[in-house]
Design a protein. Structure first.
Length: 101
């Protein structure tokens, strides 16, 4: 079980928050953070409620990993808190749950 976001503090020796720290903070894998970033671009499913842009967003995608400033953590936490849970919105019924399949 991941630690609550408000108990995971950024490393005070680093002037930024990287993907690894966000993974620890939210209990997700790095691929998930990169997916949030990718899906927040124009045309993506989070286009109208985008993941807060990385401080170095203009460099991301050119071989540079994204990072955020500690002052952006509140916005990141608000965005994450607004996510719907896994399976929200229906979808295909699980096998053996009485659905056709």
């Amino acid at each position: 079980m991941p630690a609550p976001a408000d108990t995971v503090r950024p490393d005070p020796r680093k002037p930024f928050v990287d993907v690894a720290e966000l993974c620890q903070r939210y209990g997700v894998k790095a691929r998930t953070v990169y997916t949030w970033v990718q899906r927040s671009r124009p045309g993506g499913i989070y286009e109208h409620r985008p993941f807060p842009a990385a401080y170095n967003a203009d460099e991301v995608g050119r071989g540079v990993a994204p990072y955020w400033l500690p002052r952006q953590l509140a916005a990141l936490d608000r965005w994450r808190a607004g996510m719907v849970g896994q399976g929200a919105g229906g979808g295909r019924p699980r096998k053996g749950s009485g659905g056709a399949g």
